[in-house]
Every structure is written in structure tokens, then in C-alpha cells.
Design a protein around this ligand. Structure first.
Ligand code: ATP
Length: 495
């Protein structure tokens, strides 16, 4: 009896051992086939075992496969019949093919490139298709997406607002910006925006400008006390720079002659409009000149012409992708650019029935009207407006020596909206003090700025450009939040 029991026990143990060994062998087999997870989806009858699954978390393991990947955008007939690997997020058709993988997951695919006789509709590459032999999930997406990429990519034509097409509203897009940025349009917008910075930097570097970096934490408000963010600074407080204005001027006083900077600019303005952000990217430049600030103004005008040409020639693909979702008239410009004097603009506006006083600034609607008048008369979406009234410019603006009501200052416009403000700055400390007093500015607070001009400083002029506005207006978009990757406005500081 005891023997019987022992026999049965040892039989049981042997069976257990055999089962264990079998299990271990199976496990090793799977491991060899690089399938560590998702074992539940693999049954023995599956002829595709080892050809799909979830990859282990990629952690820069030295034993990782050495695969060479091809980008989807590089697929064409020259690769026909070749076997390639691509890493992409899953598209709708891929979801159909492999229905267990959630949309937007990232997968590695081994596939043969096959020519197709007629174009593949709805895909970026239309003359070839991939015959997939392996698919591996690198990183899976949660199944419920807060927005559908297809909905967020749908064309928005004017007058189409009442159509039944599903749209994604701006807040949903911005709350889920990582997904919204995956649309072909967002991808193209931020590639073009990088292009504006590159063209700005390259053109100015070629012209002998030096790129500088100015502090963003500053001791006094640079553009007057209003609209400035205060930050606590150890036991005291400091401000976030409203512009690099004073520092680029100090670089000129320090003998750098031509400088530019690209960086964050902060405005504590409660402006809830389509073109105001509380943090934007400033493209700023400052330059010493010989005798006339027009040397600088025209250089900036020509810089814009070069940027527009660069965008037209090097970013036509991006422009066309964006235009499919947000149609707009192509951007027009003249070479050399149009320069209009403020009094001429007043006459044009008067002829159109709008009276502007000699010392008045232009309101936003009037700027837009002027933009339309200029476009109709000169066929350009870009122009320079020179000789602003002195009364509407900051204290450091050089007054016009020939007309006490006017100043050596200019704004530049795209599609009727301001994208640059610039001027000759006062480089004489006594005159600067006088003008500051005239504006009732506390001289003590700006002492270090005035002091910068005490040791000799060349005459100079410059300007500040808003990057997001340039991109918005070049593309004819309706909101600056579309051209700021993570926009900040009075109601949004997330994500
Ligand atoms: P606006 O009158 O449109 O408010 P501004 O006169 O305050 O602009 P400047 O201080 O002259 O503008 O700044 C130079 C450039 O910086 C502007 O032409 C614009 O391109 C950009 N800019 C200014 N404020 C903002 C903002 N709040 N959001 C985005 N861009 C801005």
C-alpha cells in the first residue's frame, strides 16, 4: 500500500517534471523566436508564430536586432520587390490588417515593396504598397483615443461649418496636443516653422550677424511696467523679458555691430485674440548703420523676401499639405518689398472713407483694411510701413529730425497684420534721458540701460518679429495657436 502510494507519488512527480521540461522547452522556443510577451495570442496552429507580437520594452539592449529602417516617404518603385523594415504608427488600413493592434500604436513591419498598377487611395505613397510579412508592436496606444487623427486632419473649407463632417475643436486638439501634432498638417506646420528660423538664421549669418542669447530673467520691465510677469527671485522678485530689446542694444554698444537672437518673449497681456500669446518666439535683430536707418529697414525687408523665397522653393510640399486642410490664397510678395510712408497710408485710408489723425496709431481693423487696399493696388501680401507718429512709439525711438510729430520707425505687415515693429533707437544718453522723462519714466529704474550708451555707441536700428504670427499669416491660418506647438495664452498653461 505504502509502496503503491510511493509509486503513484513518484509517477506524479515524474509527470510534473516532464511537464515542467516541456514548458521550459516551449518557453525557450518562444524566446528564440523573440516572442516574450503576448503568448496568449500564439496558439500552436498559428502559422505566423514568430512573425508578430509585442516587442520587449526597448531599453538600448546590446543584443537588440540590427535592422535598417526605411521611411514611408522614401517608398517608391525603385524599391519594388525589396524586403524592408519600417517603424510607423498604425494607420486605419493597418488596423484592418491586424485588428488587435490599437490605432496609433508604433509597430515595426517587415514587408516586401510591391508596385501597384493604379494609385493607392488615401495613402501618402500612391505607387507602391507593402506586403507585410512581420509586424511587431514597439509601443502600444490605449485603445480609446481622445480624438481621431482622421477627424483632426479633415479639410476645413470656408462656408463648410454646417456640414455633418466631424470636426475636432481647438481645445480638444490643444488638450491632446501630442495626438493633434501627428496630423500631416501639424507635421508640416512645424517643419515650415523650423524653416523660417533656419532661413532667418542662415540669411543673417551670411550677412555677418552674430547670434546672441539674452537673459529672460531681467531686473526691470523692458517695455514699460505694464504687461510684465513678475517671478519670485530668492528673497526678492524679477521679471520675465518682454523682449530682448535692451540687451541687443547693449551688444551693439559692446561693438558687435550686427546681432540677432531667437528666443522666448513673455507678455502678461489678457488679450484673448487669434494673434496674441502670453509666451511667443521672438526673432530679433539689431544693427549699427552708417548714416540712415533705412540701411537697416531695407536689410530687414530684403531678409523677409529671402525667407519667403526659401519657403516657396524649399517647403512647397509642406505648403501644399497644409493647404489641403486649410485652403488659403498663395502668399504674394514683391522683390524688392514695397515701402509705404505713414502719410501715404493715411491718404489711402481716407480715400477708402477712414480718417486717421496725424498722431493716431492704426487699430487692428484699420490695419486689415490697409492690407486689403495695398493688396488691391500693389498685389503684395507683405509691405513695410515707415515713419510712424512719434507719439505712438516707445521712449527710446529716434524722433524724425525733419518732422517733430514723426519718428524713424516702421512696422512690417503680412496679409494686413503686424509681424514686426522696429526703429532707430536713441544712442545718445542725454537725449535718451530727456525722452524717458517726457514719457514720465522713472530714470532710476532704467539707469543701467542709459549707462550702456555712456561709453560711445554707434547709431543703430533693429526690429522684433513674432515667429508664430509669421507662420500663421504666411499660411493664411486663422489662429496663432495653430503655429505654437504648446501655446500659452491667458486661459492656457497646459500641457
Ligand atoms: P500688437 O499690437 O499686435 O499687440 P505689439 O505692438 O505689442 O503687437 P511688439 O511689442 O512691437 O508688438 O512686438 C513685435 C512683434 O512681436 C509683433 O509684431 C508680433 O509679431 C509679435 N508679438 C507681439 N506681441 C505678441 C503676442 N502677444 N503674441 C504673439 N506675437 C506677438
Amino acid at each position: 500500500m505504502v509502496e503503491d502510494i510511493e509509486k503513484t507519488e513518484s509517477k506524479k512527480a515524474a509527470k510534473k517534471e516532464a511537464k515542467k521540461a516541456e514548458k521550459a522547452a516551449k518557453k525557450a522556443e518562444h524566446k528564440a523566436a523573440n516572442v516574450k510577451e503576448n503568448a496568449s495570442t500564439l496558439d500552436e496552429a498559428d502559422i505566423s508564430v514568430g512573425k508578430y507580437g509585442n516587442l520587449p520594452l526597448i531599453r538600448s539592449d546590446p543584443s537588440a536586432p540590427k535592422r535598417s529602417f526605411t521611411y514611408i516617404k522614401e517608398l517608391n518603385k525603385s524599391l519594388a520587390n525589396k524586403v524592408i523594415w519600417v517603424r510607423e504608427t498604425v494607420s486605419k488600413s493597418m488596423v484592418k490588417f491586424s485588428s488587435n493592434i490599437s490605432k496609433e500604436s508604433i509597430v515595426d513591419i517587415e514587408a516586401q515593396v510591391a508596385e501597384v498598377p493604379s494609385g493607392v487611395a488615401g495613402c501618402t505613397q500612391t505607387d507602391v504598397e507593402l506586403v507585410v510579412s512581420q509586424i511587431w508592436v514597439v509601443s502600444s496606444s490605449v485603445p480609446q483615443l481622445p480624438l481621431q487623427i482622421d477627424d483632426a486632419s479633415r479639410p476645413e473649407k470656408p462656408g463648410d461649418e454646417d456640414s455633418l463632417n466631424i470636426r475636432v475643436n481647438q481645445d480638444t486638439r490643444l488638450d491632446n496636443r501630442v495626438l493633434d501634432l501627428r496630423t500631416p498638417t501639424s507635421q508640416a506646420i512645424f517643419r515650415l516653422e523650423a524653416g523660417v528660423c533656419k532661413l532667418f538664421r542662415d540669411c543673417l549669418t551670411k550677412k555677418g550677424f552674430v547670434e546672441i542669447h539674452t537673459p529672460k530673467i531681467i531686473p526691470a520691465a523692458s517695455e514699460g511696467g505694464a504687461n510684465v510677469f513678475t517671478v519670485s527671485y530668492f528673497k526678492g522678485s524679477a521679471y520675465l523679458a518682454q523682449s530682448p530689446q535692451l540687451y541687443k542694444q547693449m551688444a551693439i554698444a559692446a561693438d558687435f555691430e550686427k546681432v540677432f537672437t531667437i528666443g522666448a518673449v513673455f507678455r502678461a497681456e489678457d488679450s484673448n485674440t487669434h494673434r496674441h500669446l502670453t509666451e511667443f518666439t521672438g526673432l530679433d535683430l539689431e544693427m549699427a548703420f552708417q548714416y540712415h536707418y533705412h540701411e537697416v529697414m531695407l536689410l530687414i525687408g530684403n531678409l523677409f523676401t529671402e525667407i519667403f523665397k526659401g519657403l516657396r522653393d524649399e517647403y512647397s510640399n509642406e505648403i501644399s499639405i497644409i493647404g489641403q486642410q486649410y485652403p488659403a490664397e498663395p502668399f504674394t510678395f514683391l522683390d524688392p518689398p514695397l515701402v509705404l510712408k505713414y502719410p501715404e497710408a493715411r491718404v489711402m485710408l481716407k480715400d477708402a472713407g477712414v480718417e486717421i489723425g496725424e498722431e493716431d496709431d492704426l487699430s487692428t481693423p484699420v490695419e486689415k483694411l490697409l492690407g486689403r487696399l495695398v493688396k488691391a493696388k500693389y498685389d503684395t501680401d507683405f509691405y513695410i510701413l515707415d515713419k510712424y507718429p512719434l507719439a505712438v512709439r516707445p521712449f527710446y525711438t529716434m524722433p524724425d529730425p525733419q518732422n517733430p510729430q514723426s519718428s524713424n520707425s516702421y512696422d512690417m505687415f503680412m496679409r494686413g497684420e503686424e509681424i514686426l515693429s522696429g526703429a532707430q533707437r536713441i544712442h545718445d544718453p542725454k537725449f535718451l534721458t530727456e525722452r524717458a522723462k517726457h514719457h514720465a519714466i522713472d530714470i532710476e529704474k532704467i539707469a543701467s540701460y542709459i549707462d550702456a550708451f555712456k561709453y560711445g555707441c554707434p547709431p543703430h536700428a533693429g526690429g522684433g518679429i513674432g515667429l508664430e504670427r509669421v507662420v500663421m499669416l504666411y499660411l493664411g491660418l486663422d489662429n496663432v495657436r495653430k503655429t505654437s506647438m504648446f501655446p500659452r495664452d491667458p486661459k492656457r498653461v497646459t500641457p
